[in-house]
Design a protein around this ligand. Structure first.
Ligand code: HXC
Length: 258
């Protein structure tokens, strides 16, 4: 499928989605968000794809929601339109692993989009921020909630109240990103990581994703019980038998997602 604001490539088992509005530093407009939700839903439903990577350009992952598109809107416009609400829900419904590969500006809705992914790999050029306060608005796609869960209240308040940008080293230190690579090798390294994930049992990977996400959604006791029951459930799979047999036979497992 051809998109106007995305470049979608399937390499081996990975679907690489590049945000592509270079004239606006990949600012998220309605077209881009609609296409992104559609592309991710399609990748989730495509049996050949085992991992999704979202990236931008060297200059920007995304510099936020498109200010030109929002500037003249009223409360009732954005309330009834529920600006990006449906698209964000579609992105969060994706059950396969999703990795964000971030270089350059990753601001506002861009940072919120990266945080909707399962984890973030950054280039050493990445700059994260929630500068909405400078526009007289508050984050609207999860920034105040997700950034606070990633980095804690103090740094989240600092980011949202001052609108300052955080570099890749600080983002790694505070747990916003999992790894940092030189910008020139960001995509290559992220595709290697996606390739590693693609080798696993997709069934188990999806269970892992659900279990880790529970940690953000529920109490410790509920999350521990969910994890324990999912641990028990994995013993009903062929992939558990194969994984453990392969270990004992000192060979690579051949998972079948069953
Ligand atoms: C629309 C944008 C944009 C944005 C950049 N551009 N960010 N257009 N919306 N969010 C456009 C500029 O207007 C300009 O177009 C071109 O991209 C290059 O940007 P410059 O500003 O000239 O580049 P530079 O001087 O390098 O500065 C880069 C920047 C700055 C620091 C990233 O562009 C910036 O501060 N952008 C806005 C960041 C922001 O406030 N994001 C939060 C948005 S609110 P022209 O045509 O002039 O050349 C948000 C809410 C989400 O995200 C809630 C969703 C529900």
């Amino acid at each position: 499928m051809a998109y106007e604001t995305l470049i979608v490539e399937i390499e081996d088992y990975t679907c690489l989605i590049r945000l592509n509005r270079p004239e606006a530093l990949n600012a998220l407009n309605s077209r881009l968000m609609g296409e992104l939700a559609a592309a991710m839903t399609a990748a989730d439903q495509n049996d050949k794809i085992r991992c999704i990577v979202i990236t931008g350009s060297d200059k920007a992952f995304a510099a936020g929601a498109d200010v030109k598109e929002m500037a003249t809107r009223s409360f009732s416009d954005v309330f009834f339109d529920n600006l990006f609400g449906a698209e964000a829900e579609a992105i969060q419904r994706v059950r396969k692993p999703v990795v964000a590969a971030v270089a350059g500006y990753c601001l506002g809705g861009g940072c919120e989009l990266a945080m909707m992914c399962d984890f973030i790999i950054a280039a050493d050029t990445a700059k994260f921020g929630q500068p909405e306060i400078n526009l007289g608005i508050v984050a609207g796609m999860g920034g105040t909630q997700r950034l606070t869960r990633f980095v804690g209240k103090s740094k989240s308040m600092d980011m949202h109240l001052t609108g300052r940008f955080m570099d890749a080293a600080e983002a790694e230190r505070c747990g916003l990103v999992s790894r940092v690579f030189p910008a020139k090798s960001l995509i290559e390294e992220t595709l290697k990581i996606a390739g590693k994930i693609a080798e696993k049992s997709m069934l188990t990977a999806m269970v892992v994703k659900e279990a880790v996400n529970r940690a953000q959604e529920t109490t410790l006791a509920e999350g521990l019980l969910f994890e324990r029951r999912m641990f028990h459930a994995t013993f009903s799979t062929e992939d558990q038998k194969e994984g453990m047999a392969a270990f004992l036979e000192k060979r690579q497992p051949q998972f079948r997602d069953r």
